[in-house]
Design a binder for this molecule. Sequence first.
Ligand code: FES
Length: 105
Amino acid sequence: MPKVTFITADGTSQTIDHSHGSLMEVAVDHDIQGIEGACGGVCSCATCHVKIPVEWRDRVGPPNEAETDTMSFMDDVDETSRLSCQIDLDESLDGLTVYVPGQPD
Ligand code: FES
């Protein structure tokens, strides 16, 4: 199972081994600061926003149409943005690092 690393707005890095499901589910299960997953993963809340480093963008892929629609209501969106509930983890994403935008507490 893939290993993923979350870097939160305060610079904290947390690596999770043996992750499965969506990236949002992994983040919520491990209390990653800044990822709430309020809609449960149906792509309607945007509380699971992450930013993908350039070296991972091809493997992770672009946002789908529903993500693009949901993110159109957000301020802090750029070409690196994805909604983590729409990223299913598999071995091809082993070692993935993502950034969680937002203000540190
Ligand atoms: S969890 Fe709601 S949009 Fe991702």
